[in-house]
Design a protein around this ligand. Structure first.
Ligand code: NAD
Ligand code: UD1
Length: 342
């Protein structure tokens, strides 16, 4: 199959490109590099020894995207292209709605014109909102989100669902990711956030490598076993494999299907810090600080549907996630930027 990865140069997209290429699929990437580097795709070529078509373009630009569909016989789209920083989305809601919704609408318009019927979408556990309790099951109704980023995901799920209802030949797969961390085993690609990381694992690994003085743990007084929040951390290569399974499932599927992609096992912030230190033999200095607004005490998946229907199951444990995150960080202390400047 030929698969178009919109936003394919980013963290999850680049790891998915490796997984798809290694499974023998053809990959086409479109990205404007607003939160990534073309170097990640060079590394994907190094890892796999395979090539892919790459287009630098804004996915909101209909002419540019139409041109890609005219040139490439795309079978399926995976839509990763979006802005994802929760705090920034509160400061700049219009930019978030404009970018995330417009990329989705442009892709759907171009798919319709080109007769492409399958799309896999990067959604988030955040759409379960505050009303539902973990473990989250796909049959729960979406809840209210605590920030504009989360609302864009909920809205895009609705747009994609309505589009599939209007065209019975379409397949829409909504993948709700839990907390992706880790990196490809080679240490050649990984998460490379711009500026101060918002998410836990890049903050931990940047602290370990000396780019940050210390980690602040947001809250030590939650009603959890050690007082810190529980999350469902998933290795990014297991997540990438979930995309491979979803794309292959979509080939014979019509309608809308939602899948949680998580391990189903909750770990605390302190579990992450302790496992990271022990597995890698490096200290991660930390302090316990105030709670962060919008954080829920416990977020984890019921991951049984993806296993039952896609035959997908995670293979890597928390130690693997910590070892691979560190392997990427210590080999690339400044992410892809050192190379970009050379
Ligand atoms: P990322 O920022 O590394 O990747 C997103 C990619 O999309 C980047 O390469 C960026 O340059 C590109 N992009 C953004 N807007 C674009 C546009 N208008 N035109 C072209 N390219 C554009 O993020 P990621 O962690 O790889 O996440 C991928 C997707 O998964 C996002 O939609 C994100 O919201 C979603 N998601 C991520 C997480 C997570 O924890 N990383 C969790 C849940 C959902
Ligand atoms: C966050 C977003 C979620 C989004 C996801 C991926 C919020 C409320 N949720 O999830 O919508 O889909 O990122 O981008 O922002 N932590 C610390 N110190 C830090 C960073 C994090 O203690 O410096 C803690 C957090 O309190 C949380 C856990 O680590 O308990 C994980 O945080 P994070 O990586 O930001 O992910 P989520 O908050 O789960």
């Amino acid at each position: 199959m030929k698969i178009l990865l919109a936003g394919g140069a980013g963290f999850i997209g680049s790891h998915t490109a490796v997984e798809l290429l290694e499974a023998g699929h053809d990959v086409v990437v479109v990205d404007n590099y607003c939160n990534s580097s073309p170097r990640s795709l060079e590394r994907v070529r190094e890892i796999t020894g395979k090539d892919m078509a790459v287009y630098e373009a804004d996915v909101r630009d209909k002419e540019a995207v139409k041109n890609i569909f005219d040139r490439e016989a795309v079978d399926c789209v995976i839509h990763f292209a979006g802005l994802k920083a929760v705090g920034e989305s509160v400061e700049k809601p219009v930019e978030y709605y404009r970018n995330n919704i417009d990329t989705t609408l442009t892709l759907l318009e171009c798919m319709k014109e080109a007769g492409v019927k399958r799309i896999v979408f990067s959604s988030s556990a955040t759409v379960y909102g505050e009303e539902n309790e973990s473990p989250y099951v796909e049959t729960m109704p979406r809840g209210s989100c605590s920030n504009p980023y989360g609302w864009t995901k909920a809205m895009m799920e609705q747009i994609l669902t309505d589009t599939a209802h209007a065209d019975p030949d379409m397949s829409v797969i909504l993948l709700r990711y839990f907390n992706p961390i880790g990196a490809h085993e080679s240490g050649k690609i990984g998460e490379d956030p711009q500026g101060i990381p918002n998410n836990l694992m890049p903050f931990v690994s940047q602290t370990a490598v000396g780019r940050r003085d210390k980690l602040t743990i947001f809250g030590g007084d939650y009603d959890t076993p050690d007082g810190t929040c529980l999350r469902d951390y998933i290795h990014v290569m297991d997540l990438a494999n979930g995309h491979l399974k979803a794309v292959e499932y979509a080939a014979d599927h019509k309608g809308v299907e939602i899948f949680n992609l998580g391990t189903g096992k909750p770990y605390s912030v302190l579990d992450i810090v302790n496992t990271f230190e022990k597995a890698n033999g490096v200290p991660v200095p930390y302090v316990i600080g105030a709670r962060r607004a919008g954080d829920l005490p416990s977020v984890y998946a019921d991951a049984s549907k993806a296993e039952r229907i896609l035959g997908w199951k995670t293979k890597r444990d928390l130690r693997d996630m910590c070892v691979d995150s560190w392997n990427w960080q210590k080999n690339n202390p400044n992410g892809f930027r050192d190379q970009d400047q050379s």
